[in-house]
Ligand binder design. Structure first.
Ligand code: PMP
Length: 309
């Protein structure tokens, strides 16, 4: 490589270093099967949400100097990172079950964190969503609103999905994905279905979350209250597109944590609880799956060292 080619690899800011994350075969855990995971925790802000925030900020109205977002932590970190680069003021509202590591990461970027009740519906005045709306109204801040904005799923349709497709030369038989806001599965799911309708798209969520009922018509039961951060919702979010999802399975929290430990100890992949959740889901589905199964690991186990490890 010449000196000038090397120079051209210097990014103008950390935001340009988002993406191009590696895809790794889970050969030791699923020996004899073709299961691959895209390691999204290798993004500079620590998660897949870097992509969505970068995309959403392209549509930020001119003149906005203050941004706010309700988040399970990773969108908050991505936004706080981007706000630091762009010189924006940033507030992040989090449910109080969010890990300490994620909260401190957001503060480290210079954003302000507001802890809100976890055990209330979105519409409740104490929820992290209502708090973000209040900050937007009172301080004239712009609320990105990942749970309602179509830009969330569009980011994955435009950015994450084509990158994955090219990395795998279009060889994908099944896409299995955790569901939180639903942006990832909806955006990547639509892209894959448009390429080849035979690709199966399966969501994974904790017990008593609402997406399974939304997709299959099954009756929702029990009170949702998972300790796995980032996946599962009491009610489906506005960004979720059920049309591109074939099925959703539910995984107990204990299984998700156990698979998180196995990923670290047997694959050397230190991933977060939602990655453990999706790995547990793949293990359950394995007898029914054939061909290449693809997933994404949204964030790192470093976020939860004091919680799951
Ligand atoms: N895992 C983690 C750790 C997350 O932070 C999120 C985002 N809430 C997800 C999975 C789910 O991604 P999505 O919101 O796109 O459904």
């Amino acid at each position: 490589m010449s000196v000038s080619e090397r120079t051209s690899q210097v990014h103008g800011s950390v935001l340009e270093a988002i993406g191009n994350t590696p895809v790794v075969r889970l050969e030791r855990l699923f020996h004899g099967h073709d299961i691959v995971a895209k390691l999204e925790f290798m993004n500079p802000g620590g998660s897949i949400k870097d992509r969505m925030v970068r995309y959403m900020l392209r549509y930020l109205p001119a003149g906005v100097e203050h941004v706010v977002e309700s988040s399970s932590g990773n969108t908050g970190a991505a936004l706080a990172m981007a706000a630091a680069v762009r010189g924006l003021r940033c507030d992040v509202t989090l449910p109080d079950r969010t890990s300490r590591e994620k909260m401190r990461r957001i503060e480290a970027y210079g954003a302000e964190v507001h802890m809100c009740a976890s055990d209330v519906p979105e519409a409740h005045e104490a929820s992290y969503h209502s708090m973000a709306e209040r900050i937007a109204a009172e301080h004239g801040a712009f609320h990105l609103d990942q749970y309602r904005s179509a830009l969330n799923r569009q980011a994955h349709y435009t950015d994450t999905a084509p990158e994955l497709w090219f990395q795998l030369d279009g060889r994908i038989d099944c896409f299995v994905c955790g569901i939180g806001s639903g942006g990832t599965i909806s955006g990547i799911g639509r892209f894959l279905k448009e390429r080849d309708r035979r690709i199966t798209v399966i969501g994974v969520e904790p017990l008593h979350s609402s997406y399974r009922a939304a997709v299959t018509g099954a009756v929702a039961d029990g009170e949702f209250g998972s300790v796995i951060e980032g996946v599962g919702k009491r009610a489906p979010s506005g960004t979720f597109d059920a049309d591109v999802v074939d099925d959703v399975i539910q995984v107990p929290d204990d299984d998700a944590v156990a698979w998180c430990h196995r990923l670290a100890r047997e694959e050397g992949i230190l991933a977060g609880g939602s990655s453990g959740c999706v790995a547990a889901g793949i293990a359950r589905l394995l007898p029914k799956l054939s061909g290449r199964v693809v997933t994404v690991f949204p964030d790192s186990g470093v976020n939860y060292l004091s919680k799951y490890f």
